[in-house]
Design a protein. Sequence first.
Length: 293
Amino acid sequence: MAVSHWLLTSVLFLLPFIKQVSAQQQGCSVNNSRPSVYENNSPGYVVTTIHVESGFTVTIDPTSPDFSFFVIQGSELQLSQSVDYEENTLLIVYLICQDAAGQSDSLEILVIILDVNDNSPVFKQTNLTEFVPEDTKVNATIVAREDLSATDADLDTIFYELTTIVSGTDGYFAIKGVNNPEIYLQKALDYERFKLTTLILYARDRPVGSTETTNTATATINIFIEQADTKPPWFLPCTFINTDNSICISSPYTGKVNISEMSTEPLILEPGPIYAIDPDYTLNEKIVYSIVG
């Protein structure tokens, strides 16, 4: 009957009120009736030493709550198997001390299991894909906290760090805080600058730079940028005036009209016929022409 992790506080709190059995009865005693053991021990770990006077024998009470965890080897009470703090935080065993006449007393041994940082954080999803419109507002949430939060069987505080592996896409996405992995948009997107990026989210059970043993998990977030209707049509031909090709200035159209003649043919223009395109080309919106003046 191993005691579960969440019951540890209650068990330890109640210990002073449990009827105490002395660590020494007539004929038998132990060095320590309240030993502590770190989890992940090797089988055969010595819990305490048993002293038995002449004419007495000592055995493990088979009705002990955690009988299966213990064995007596010579004068040593040993653990017969490895223990896991996430499953058992307290083991209870009784030793029966019996004399030649068959009279017996009981010794109670409480073994406290100590935690070791032996579990890595675990993400619910280790690979996510998100589609983000390029006109998404700055500070908008891209991936919710509940989709990214990791768990740790050791119940350690988890520390997060976000990086990108695609050159030129750093600074656009960030997390809310070192303990909050929610991803938000930090800088306005532009479909012409980049169309996708890959983020790596780290979850650690110790702060970055800690000298303690640290376990780490990673999650990959693929972000695809979707083009939005953010640019007006461009009349062609036109000339780009910036390096990212987001602004294109067209030349005026010119034509000649003879005021003494009624023209029956389309007006010939230079440098060519009136023609415009939508720079948001993936949307392929219909262009409607009108004369405004």
